[in-house]
Design a protein around this ligand. Structure first.
Ligand SMILES: Cc1cc2nc3c(=O)[nH]c(=O)nc-3n(C[C@H](O)[C@H](O)[C@H](O)COP(=O)(O)O)c2cc1C
Length: 181
């Protein structure tokens, strides 16, 4: 079997892709090969069954994971279920000022229920507020929503809340699962 792990990530402003890259680096440090693809631009013919394990990660926008990811996970569900797999969800609910961890967990669980996938390893990671990447409307909207929640509203800078040690622990746990498989 291939010793390459596949990471699929759904990202809008790029932060989930950074988390995916961090996981990849950690796995590579343990001698694993890793391929990362954006879930909205999966190469034609990509087959998760050809990998030794699959990690899917996605950010939350407007209270949900993207519809294209639901379609992709449903398409790949048989392969995902047959091999080591994991899912992580990235949001502001998961961490940072005004966080609501139970909401972050709910987003994750709702998604997995919708796609009928039950990976043995899941995590919610705090994301980032990237005002520099938002257009005028999104910046206004985010300042308003984040302000109500008691979060950071200075639009002249970006904020990152991710606990990178937690991301490393997630990667280490997955590496352990690959070893045991
Ligand atoms: C327009 C918009 C809507 C968002 N909606 C939510 C939300 O409903 N709940 C939440 O916890 N976080 C929400 N977030 C925060 C994102 O999940 C967070 O910024 C994450 O880091 C984005 O990751 P990405 O860059 O990979 O897309 C929202 C962010 C934006 C920009």
């Amino acid at each position: 079997m291939s010793r390459t792990t596949l990471i699929l990530c759904a990202t809008t402003e790029g932060h989930t892709a950074r988390i995916a890259e961090r996981i990849a680096q950690r796995l590579r440090g343990k001698g694993r090969r890793v391929e990362i693809h954006r879930a909205d631009a999966v190469p034609a013919g990509l087959e998760p069954a050809g990998y030794d394990g699959v990690i899917v990660g996605s950010s939350i926008h407007y209270g949900r994971h993207p519809g294209f990811l639901r379609a992709l996970v449903r398409r790949f569900r048989t392969a995902l279920t047959a091999q080591p797999s994991a899912f992580f969800s990235v949001s502001l609910s998961a961490g940072g000022p005004g966080a609501k961890p139970e909401a972050a967990r709910r987003y994750l669980e709702t998604f997995l229920r919708q796609v009928d996938w039950h990976p043995p390893q899941t995590a919610t990671f705090a994301g980032a507020l990237q005002y520099s990447k938002y257009g005028v409307f999104k910046r206004l909207l985010m300042r308003m929503i984040v302000g109500i929640a008691g979060g950071d509203t200075d639009p002249t800078r970006d904020y990152e809340y991710t606990d990178w040690n937690a991301v490393d622990r997630f990667a280490d746990e997955f590496a352990q699962r690959l070893k045991q498989a």
